[in-house]
Design a protein around this ligand. Sequence first.
Ligand code: IPD
Ligand code: CA
Ligand code: CA
Ligand code: CA
Length: 262
Amino acid sequence: MDVHAIDQFAQKTIREAGERIKHSLNETIKVMEKSSSSDLVTNMDMEIEQFFVKEVNEAYPEHRILGEEGFGDSIQHLNGVVWIVDPIDGTTNFINQHRNFCITLGVYVDGMGMLGYIYQVMTGEMIAAVQGQGATINGQPIPKLPPVRFEDALIGVNASWVAPNRHIDHERVTKLIQRVRGTRSYGSAALEISYVVTGRLDAYFSMRLSAWDVAGGMVIAQEVGAICGTLHGKPFDLMKKQPFIIANASLYKELIEDYLVK
Ligand code: IPD
Ligand code: CA
Ligand code: CA
Ligand code: CA
């Protein structure tokens, strides 16, 4: 497998998709509700996913592709080469803010993350990683994350998960929020993961994420020494929608054991 060729092709396709999305901001975007008024999809989410499916199928007909909007293959297992794409992560930001959204992509080989990308469309910031070869931001190497103390940490949280919910103990999460330097909420899982892998945030957690939200970020995380997993410290299963945590390695264990495991 020519990983370098796949990397070049993936980055070119992501940038082209980004240009299409930027262009669409000059036109009327069609917004549709999926399960509720807070779960939206636009014509661009669908068009961009179809673009990825077409490009990958043409270039690599033996690979499979999984996307949020369902235009790719129906994937029940990760055998072989599987591309996992979220054409727009942060659709609400795309609609309401015209910024703070990403394209994110992971390429997995027999379940192992080989290539990962998070592309912040409006700033053009490209974070990329190839397994074992390190991660880059706009082509420059990203250093391994240095340890950080809880007291100095900035943590990404989705406000809806701070309210009482069945996954976490509300009082313990409140204590966590009081202990750290601050919390942030950006409305795009991929953007928040990109901030953790670059040290702009020190952890991020969300209670219900899917493969396409995290597949690219997980490959980048392993290259910079950030840890990804579930509330119970297990590896995140890409075939399930479930809680997801990414953290600076110095925070991960205490974060889940003292604050997040119920
Ligand atoms: C969503 C965003 C959001 C997260 C949701 C995701 P989408 O992805 O990443 O930040 O809280 O759980 O579904 O639908 O905008 O691609
Ligand atoms: Ca969505
Ligand atoms: Ca998403
Ligand atoms: Ca999406």
